[in-house]
Design a binder for this molecule. Structure first.
Ligand code: AMP
Ligand code: MG
Length: 544
């Protein structure tokens, strides 16, 4: 039967359901990317050093079946890809969403990039287990690049197997969607497909290699270019390609910058510096630690990408290190702002060769603005977390004072702010805070708690035209009740997922779509309750 060309639907003109039609109605385009840059001239899939190009054409290696659609993001399918989420029940869905079948117009690409890892230039990295399938322009005119992660070896796989395992794929799938709903710029995830393909991993690098299962996440972002995308070209002296890539990124993603502007690279730099500082302040405001802030994991669009051993801080601890392999705490939560600075400095170095001698010193000047941009954004976000309006002299002190009390008492970061927003201000004056407000209860054990409360209440009182109800509702809109705590992901949902039960992954995905709204199902699971005792001993490694 000929598919109906008139509508994106599950049905042919005769009204009969055509399984593949809804899926292969998605038209991708790789043309723009292919036309814009020189391609790798070796057209074969083996690990090698690749020169003078931005992409290698590389086919995904389909996962060995049987495949299972473990979870989908209804919102990503419907709002980004214009698909009815019921397509996830079609036979072909798992194949299209894991690389076994390609959409029309797709020429799969692996991107050549490099990066500074843990402070040192690591040389060529690249998409070692990812395939960029192409770009989709949705009905709102938004352009999204579809990328499979875990879809097999590419020229950039180095010693890796090109695969991703179930646990790391669940984490990426859940967290990228959760971050979006927390309001943090991020890549998205449409689907999680799991297979029975054995993948061997030494999860904690202690010699215990175990058989896990391969999985693929279909990720979405307006662009997957990273700081490392430019760095490798600058390092290799491929300045013609460097300029092409810069011009492409500016033209496609920075519409306010004119390509005819002689200072376009400086303006671009200043925007990335600004947005990177903003992004990290946003991470801090939700207690998110990325875990591997290398330049290859920092997007040129300043969105959160490459979810690995990330973690949400629970008890407030500025030294929180989510990645168990990060012995020195280079990427501890408090070091993230500095890591961002290091990364944009490296971006500046990559731009230097295409700047005139007059422009080069300006890189330094733009970079110098980073700390103030970060501080100011951090300040705004934390003021909002406390429901403060306007600016008053001692606001920074009030915020720092609270964080210090949280640090001393180990109060839960997320729930302290949430409880403060849920409690009428007058009740803060009572001799004891309600016991079910467990984070606030912990905070209140501090001898200086009442002192801080007096300062806070005085500050609130000075907010003209504000009411306590309004303050509470403002605070509830910015302080989540649910975050992806490690015990929820690793300890609970992933343990079940590894036994082929994805019900909690799906539940978490739904709950985390509304992190600011109290939900019965989430309360029933204890997602806003004091974390269970066993949560303390959970570790996350970067093996994935
Ligand atoms: P990540 O830590 O996931 O950001 O990856 C860092 C680099 O290692 C990137 O170039 C990845 O493509 C590559 N990589 C990570 N895991 C694998 C794997 N299993 N197979 C091939 N390449 C990988
Ligand atoms: Mg990465």
């Amino acid at each position: 039967m000929m598919p109906c060309r008139c509508r994106r639907s599950n049905f042919s003109c005769s009204g009969k359901k055509t399984d593949s039609f809804a899926l292969d109605s998605l038209r991708l385009s790789s043309k723009k990317l292919i036309d814009a840059f020189p391609l790798d001239d070796v057209n074969a899939n083996f690990v090698r050093t690749v020169n003078h190009c931005v992409f290698s054409v590389t086919q995904p290696t389909p996962l060995k079946g049987p495949l299972k659609v473990a979870a989908v993001s209804k919102a990503a399918l419907e709002e980004i890809l214009d698909l009815n989420s019921s397509v996830s029940q079609l036979d072909d869905f798992a194949h299209y969403f894991s690389g076994g079948k390609l959409w029309p117009g797709s020429v799969p690409l692996a991107h050549r990039y490099g990066g500074h890892q843990f402070g040192f230039w690591a040389g060529q990295l690249g998409d070692g287990r990812a395939n960029l399938l192409g770009e989709y322009t949705n009905k709102n005119g938004e352009k999204w690049e579809l990328q499979l992660k875990g879809s097999g070896k590419t020229p950039y796989s180095r010693a890796g197997d090109g695969r991703a395992v179930v646990r790391s794929s669940v984490r990426e799938f859940l967290c990228s969607e959760a971050m979006h709903y927390l309001g943090v710029p991020t890549s998205r995830a449409a689907s999680l497909i799991v297979s029975k393909e054995p993948v061997w991993r030494d999860q904690f690098y202690n010699g215990n290699v175990r058989k896990e299962r391969g999985a693929v996440v279909l990720r979405l972002a307006p662009s997957w270019f990273r700081i490392g995308s430019l760095e490798i070209l600058a390092r290799a002296g491929e300045l013609d390609v460097l300029q092409k890539l810069l011009n492409y990124v500016i033209e496609e993603h920075f519409p306010t910058i004119k390509l005819s502007d002689p200072d376009k690279y400086l303006v671009f730099y200043s925007k990335v510096v600004n947005e990177t500082a903003h992004l990290i302040a946003q991470w801090m405001s939700v207690g998110f630690a990325h875990g591997v802030c290398n330049t290859d994991n920092f997007s040129l669009l300043s969105i959160t990408i490459d979810y690995g051993p990330f973690g949400f801080m629970e008890s407030y601890d500025p030294n929180f290190i989510p990645n168990s392999s990060d012995d020195e705490g280079r990427y501890s939560i408090r070091n993230q702002a500095n890591s961002g600075l290091f990364n944009v400095e490296k971006l500046g170095e990559a731009l230097r060769p295409v700047l005139s001698s007059k422009q080069q010193p300006l890189i330094e000047r733009i970079l110098k603005e980073y700390p103030a941009i970060y501080q100011s954004r951090f300040h705004e976000l934390f003021k909002a977390k406390l429901g403060l309006l306007g600016n008053q002299e001692k606001d920074d002190y009030l915020i720092a004072y609270l964080l210090k009390l949280m640090e001393d008492t180990g109060a839960d970061f997320t729930m302290t702010f949430r409880h403060l927003g849920e409690l009428p201000a007058r009740r803060l004056l009572e001799p004891a805070v309600p016991q079910d407000m467990w984070a606030l209860w912990d905070l209140a054990t501090h001898e200086s708690f009442s002192n801080w409360v007096s300062m806070y209440l005085l500050r609130l009182k000075r907010q003209e035209g504000d009411s306590d109800e309004e303050r509470q509702s403002r605070m509830k809109r910015v302080n989540p009740r649910y975050i992806l705590r490690n015990w929820m992901a690793e300890g609970s949902a992933i343990t079940k997922a590894e036994k082929d039960d994805f019900s909690e992954v799906q539940l978490l995905q739904q709950v985390l779509q509304h992190p600011f709204q109290e939900q019965e199902a989430a309360e029933g699971m204890g997602y806003a309750a004091r974390p269970p005792g066993w949560a303390q001993s959970l570790k996350v490694s970067c093996s994935s």
